[in-house]
Design a protein around this ligand. Structure first.
Ligand code: SAH
Length: 243
């Protein structure tokens, strides 16, 4: 069944009016007819089974006939703090991270980031939001991951919430990801910090440790930043997303 995220205000009781971009998809691309069923998500974690009632040039309107919690959200909320990289690589991490199950993305500016601009233009924010939305629809997520404004590592550490945090450091040899996650209660929230192409500086890792994060190794091979992000995210969710 086709899945679409809409703003909650598109609902009025059981009636949902699809915004023009989705209406266009339904009418002209998918050529769905009245009576066809779609899934509509309001980004609250719920999904609605909707039967199309009206499909014409003026509007596309459906009726919600069932509501249920989306079964596909991970049991642990993973926040990925990702050093900014060249555009295509960063966007790849947003897309694939969404598929894997990342809940929040925080773009980071670090000492060795190639991109040092904390002010991301509005059009880029919109583009990123579209990537997240499409990846969430495609991977059957119940929520679109949240995208935070870019921040420096120092800002991110100062604002880090009281939840376990891991920083993947290419110079770390002792602590592996599984050991770092083992023991104690399974957390409901966790953070993962991934460095830029040039890696983290030692003093950045020290600052992260002083803020309560634990430095981990992802193994003997050095991964490219975008590979490290996805491997680490997948491993964290593999260990913790157990329902
Ligand atoms: N230029 C650096 C490598 C940077 S890799 C060098 O040659 O040493 C980019 C980021 O991916 C790192 O900052 C780290 O966060 C992560 N990463 C890659 N491989 C890793 C590994 N084996 N262990 C831990 N983190 C790793």
């Amino acid at each position: 069944m086709h899945r679409f995220f809409v703003d909650p205000q598109q609902f009025s009781g059981d009636r949902v009016s699809l915004p023009e971009d989705i209406a266009h998809q339904i009418r002209n691309v998918l050529r769905l007819r009245p009576g066809a069923a779609i899934l509509v998500l309001d980004n609250s974690g719920a999904e609605y089974e909707v039967l199309l009632r009206q499909v014409d040039k003026q509007q596309v309107v459906g009726e919600a006939v069932a509501k249920r919690p989306s079964p596909n959200e991970p049991a642990v909320q993973l926040t990925l703090y990702q050093a900014l990289m060249k555009r295509d690589k960063f966007e790849w991490v947003l897309q694939k991270g969404t598929e894997i199950g990342v809940s929040q993305f925080v773009p980071l500016v670090t000492q060795r980031s190639l991109v040092q601009d904390v002010d991301i233009k509005t059009n880029k924010q919109a583009r990123w939001h579209k990537i997240l939305t499409e990846a969430a629809e495609q991977s059957r997520r119940g929520r679109i991951p949240e995208l935070h404004p870019p921040q420096t590592l120092a800002e991110a550490l100062a604002a880090h919430p009281p939840q376990p945090g891991l920083i993947a450091w290419e110079e770390e040899v002792g602590l592996g990801l599984r050991e770092a996650l083992g023991g104690g209660e399974r957390p409901s929230h966790i953070s993962l910090f991934i460095g830029p192409e040039g890696g983290f500086a030692a003093e950045e890792v020290e600052a992260a440790q002083a803020a309560g994060l634990r430095a981990i190794t992802l193994g003997k091979r050095i991964l490219r930043a975008e590979t490290a992000a996805l491997v680490a995210a997948a491993l964290v969710l593999h260990e913790l997303d157990i329902t």
